[in-house]
Design a protein around this ligand. Structure first.
Ligand code: ADP
Ligand code: MG
Length: 552
């Protein structure tokens, strides 16, 4: 027998509100987020956040934004009461952080809220106290233009919710992490966050450099400006941590899209993918990427917490972003761990940087042009020691040659010149490799290796690409066998040939050979990273040396 059901009824408004509220306002940091976003949407230039008892005692957010007219104050607390969206067209081009009109009603459903606000300099402002979703008190008060929202007794009426909250320590960390994101997204806004009366985060609102220092402290010195990069309706910029600056979690990866911090899974995957070959397993990079996208090309209304976004032409834009980050990292020499990690503020805000080739930048972050380094000598038969005004460089000779060979193989095209080998190299193939021989030989020819069949199981290499060391002939033989079944055959061949024919460690080099090697490296797009993803250059920056020796 079917158990008798209860009659269908429409929930009384207070109850319905609580159910919905559960989804939006689930912890104190969610309140902080909504109040700060409202302040920013109101055009605030200064936002003060005061937290007591990890947010359960009180959360107070004060701003100097445009305020709320007294006559509209009660509407701010009505469900779907919003000043930001009027019709469907507005929803297609959202330029504010909030737009659903749900935050304040959700908060008053689970807390006691006091708002004081004023819209005009010399006119009285309004004060409203809400408790259990009802207006308790309404009055006129004096206040400078702006709004203060104080939230107390959060979840006092929801003992179960209180029981499931993260620890005060975790919640406080979450609030600070959140605030760092706003600091980065709104560098021209002054923020002060206090925890139980103690200042915990302070950003001047004077621009990117200050925001980076506030958000990343001393690590900011290890993050290099990136961009601007224009790609399919999006413009990207930001700061990329050097590959030695990593974390065990993804907390250091900050994405900001039209001033909204977001965590879209695909963007994260693309950025992490670009760093992956440079990081140890389980480590994650530290970076800030900001995207500016015309609102009509961006959908922010996908996710209840607005953490996902979707961009028109997302595939192309993300591919371009991933490639640019890879190229940037390829030019960025990992800092040698010869000295203690140095501290300091970032050299320059990216917004102030003119649009010029990244490779041209010099200084602490700059990418050295190996072709312009002054060679001092060779040490241990493995490293070339060189200098320029920005610092001292150690260059792995094998990897440098490997990169240069790889690059010239990759740059070759049909009809590029070849050179005959004095002595053709004979290549015996294993049965597995033999199967693909019909396609292998023309492919090799395109890369500049002229080969011909020799008996049933072998072929001869007769010519190699012009300008390559003769050792490449023998290297191709081994490479073809090695990578016969590789997924990305062409790429694997190039990497394998480069590795096998590059000058070995332990080989003494003359001054002329070192010079020629650096010149070839200087013509590569990614001179700092070898084709396997390992570092080629270590730099000890001039600024680091000055700090180390305390030169003033
Ligand atoms: P939403 O932000 O989605 O519009 P909220 O419930 O967060 O919804 O806020 C409702 C309305 O209250 C806003 O649209 C805005 O008009 C007003 N409001 C809230 N906070 C502030 C503030 N700090 N300054 C000015 N107006 C505010
Ligand atoms: Mg809002």
């Amino acid at each position: 027998m079917i158990e008798e059901g209860r009659p269908i009824a429409v929930l009384p408004p207070g109850l319905a509100q609580r159910i919905a509220a559960g989804e939006v306002i689930d912890r104190p940091s969610a309140v902080v987020r909504e109040l700060v976003e409202n302040a920013l949407d109101a055009g605030a230039r200064s936002v003060d956040v005061a937290i007591r008892g990890a947010g359960l005692e009180s959360i107070t957010v004060s701003d100097d934004g445009h305020g709320i007219p007294a006559g509209e104050l009660h509407l701010a607390f009505a469900r779907h009461g919003t000043s930001k969206v009027r019709d469907m067209a507005d929803l297609d081009a959202i330029s504010t952080l909030g737009f659903r009109g749900e935050a304040l009603p959700s908060i008053v459903a689970v807390a006691c809220v006091t708002v004081t606000t004023a819209v005009e300099r010399d006119a009285p402002g309004a004060r409203l106290v809400m408790r259990e979703g009802q207006i308790q008190e309404q009055s006129r008060v004096a206040r400078t233009v702006g709004t203060t929202v104080e939230v107390r007794e959060l979840f006092a009426g929801q003992p179960v919710r209180r029981g499931f909250l993260p620890s005060p320590r975790a919640e406080t960390a979450q609030i600070l992490s959140l605030m760092r994101r706003y600091v980065l997204a709104w560098p021209e806004v002054r923020f002060v966050v206090t925890l139980d009366g103690r200042a915990a985060l302070r950003a001047s609102g004077l621009g990117e450099a200050g925001a980076m220092a506030a958000a990343f402290a001393t690590h900011a010195a290890r993050m290099a400006p990136f961009g601007p990069l224009s790609a399919h309706h999006a413009e990207f910029g930001g700061y990329l941590g050097d590959p030695g600056l990593t974390r065990g979690d993804r907390e250091g990866i900050i994405l900001i899209c039209n001033r909204r911090w977001v965590t879209p899974a695909r963007w994260l995957a693309v950025l992490e993918g670009a760093y992956r070959p440079l990081l140890k397993p389980g480590r994650h990079p530290v970076l800030v990427v900001k995207a500016t996208i015309e609102p009509r090309y961006l959908d922010v209304n996908l996710h209840p917490a607005k953490l996902e976004v979707r961009l028109a032409d997302e595939d192309q834009a993300l591919t371009a972003l991933g490639e640019a980050v890879k190229a940037h990292l390829g030019r960025m020499p990992p800092r040698a761990a010869l000295l203690d990690p140095a501290s300091g503020a970032p050299r320059q805000a990216h917004l102030a940087l003119p649009r010029r080739r990244l490779a041209e930048r010099t200084g602490e972050y700059g990418s050295p042009d190996p072709g312009r380094l002054h060679v001092l000598g060779q040490v241990h038969g493995r490293l070339i020691v060189a200098v320029d005004d920005a610092g001292l460089y150690l260059i792995d000779q094998h990897r440098a040659d490997e990169r240069a060979i790889y690059q010239s193989l990759a740059a070759r095209h049909h009809g590029s010149r070849t050179q005959e080998l004095l002595q053709p190299v004979q290549v015996e193939l294993r049965p597995e490799a033999l199967a693909g021989i019909e396609t292998t030989l023309p492919e090799l020819a395109r890369m500049g290796f002229r080969c011909e069949r020799f008996g049933r199981r072998a072929f001869l290499v007769r010519a190699i690409p012009m300008g390559m060391p003769e050792a490449v002939g023998a290297a191709i033989a081994a490479a073809v066998d090695e990578v016969a079944t590789a997924q990305d055959w062409r790429e694997s061949i190039m990497i394998s040939v480069a590795c096998r024919s590059a000058v070995r460690r332990g080989t003494d080099l003359t001054g002329g050979e070192m010079r020629a090697l650096l010149d070839r490296l200087g013509r590569c797009a990614s001179p700092a990273i070898c084709p396997h993803g390992s570092p080629i250059i270590a730099r000890v920056g001039a600024a680091e040396l000055a700090r180390h020796f305390e030169w003033r």
